[in-house]
Design a protein around this ligand. Sequence first.
Ligand code: ADP
Length: 625
Amino acid sequence: LIQQSADTLLRLLNDILDFSKIEAGKLELEEIDFNLRDTLDDTLQTLAMRASEKGLELVGRISPQIPDALIGDPGRLRQIIVNLVGNAIKFTEFGEILVDVRLQALRENEVELVFSVRDTGIGIPPEQRQHIFESFSQVDSSISRRFGGTGLGLAISSQLVGMMGGEMSMESTVDEGTTFHFSLLLKRQLGSGVSLPRELSALYELPVLVVDDNNTNRRILEEMLVSWNMKPVTAASGEEALNKLERARVAGTPYHLMLLDAMMPGMDGFEVVQRLGTDPNYSDMAIIMLSSVGQSTKSARLQDRGIARYLTKPVKQSNLLDAILSLKGLITQPEVAEVSVSGGPPLHVLLAEDGLINQKVATKLLEQRGHSVIIANDGQEAVEWFERESFDLVLMDVQMPEMDGLQATARIRELEAGGASHLPIIAMTANAMKGDREQCLSAGMDDYIPKPIRSQQLYDTIDQVVNAAASEAGMSAVSDTAVPSPQAFPSKETQSQEVTPDTQPLDPGEVFDPDGALEGVGGDADILKELVELFYDECPKLMVEIHTTLAAGDAVALRRAAHTLKGTAAVFAAKRTVASAQKLELMARESELDTAPDALSVLESEVERLKQALASHFPPRTEIR
Ligand code: ADP
């Protein structure tokens, strides 16, 4: 709830800020090169989750004659689309949302486009229509209270459209739906035509079966395939697909490729795949499965027969073409039909991390996804591994003894220089502060995740980085792997009674937050249990190290030990221990050790509390020291 309220507030602030900038004539538009198809497709993909949660089909279509390479302000275009599509999703309970882009005029150096966003929602009553473009106006504030919204979105969007040389209009029928149109005048990038990749010739006249129950989707896919000179035939259901496959086979003109919607009423895509089963007649046909975001991959059922690729809807045009081209060998030379089951490809990962617990967390999370992991205990070791073996990805802790993550990255980039390859490196650091990200990126890292490691964030970042690297190398890596669901775990209420009461009221959730800790390890209670065991081992050693380094006045070593303890405690979402370790870490960083002994005794009692809380959930194998 807090997250939601904060988001709503942030949106409101952004809207007001935009609105007042426009009013004051201070809003400036960018004039940069951008690709229309990628911009639109990417934008729709960010909205896809919301649409699919409501069971709505979200589709985008750009007429094939429209040149892709344009000049303008893609950020503001995205903002308009997000507003219109966001509203369409908000005010539609059943059906579909179509974003359609048509060519109005094509001139040598500019294009005139008409965008429409059509929904099958509640509609807007006639008496309200002229008001909704005004600021702070909403038809029914109860809906907006339910879904959030400021009544500023359309006012901003229509003004932005005006600034881009266009106009916004709307038609609507109550209970049937609403369509917003806006025109835009955009410059063309010089010397750009509607060019198609050369490899397309291999796909010429290739027979493809497109299976989708949604009419709009079928039409759009068909149009895309035709624009690539392929020969699509459509089917509206699983049954129809099986019939058409059989007929084509008998006629001796079999399909080499099938685009198959996963979710259809009656016989769904998975069942179609299952029916085809091991039938050798169809073993030469590649299947691309189209599914909605958030829909499980039902991976068990995939094993019946290969599905060559998995794409999420709304399908990004360039992803579809990449996927088809990457299957080209398969499609055009059926005799080498080696269909691979896709998901994220397994990666060989180098993990550079000095903390035992974080090593364990990262390794487990990576292995859950089928990746293999090699551990380097510091930066120096990481560089040595890099020279010895080839990896797909590096996860690099920033603070490490000997050689830190920034230095190690710089060294790896140096060694790479001149070669063609670029090994993706993701930084991991507990210093989640402003500027850290920039520091990591400028050291040559590709992305960054804060510690404690959160499973979903780790997976998402890996997907992004690996996909980006793959598309740079001209391949498509499409992945969609389900995250394990949290396992049963005792709830907070039943857990915290044994914690020693303090003189001050103490929130047990701040000593140890089992739910937070569990979430951090992808919901796997077994992993958490192992980590607790490790903690029983590690923690006393770290405390000894903190004592000795403080006694010796060695601020650098003290800082590192306190930092590691902080990271370790963060794994258990142990706020109080984290805070007191951080206090000590900061003192060591500033070399102000006068009050450090006091901070240490606070830390000691927090650690004691944490141990007891952990022990009440996970009795230690050996006695706690
Ligand atoms: P908000 O932030 O409230 O969505 P907007 O300016 O974007 O503000 O929209 C103003 C109002 O117009 C909405 O509150 C809603 O009543 C109406 N509206 C906008 N789009 C639609 C739509 N697609 N279907 C029905 N009503 C809509």
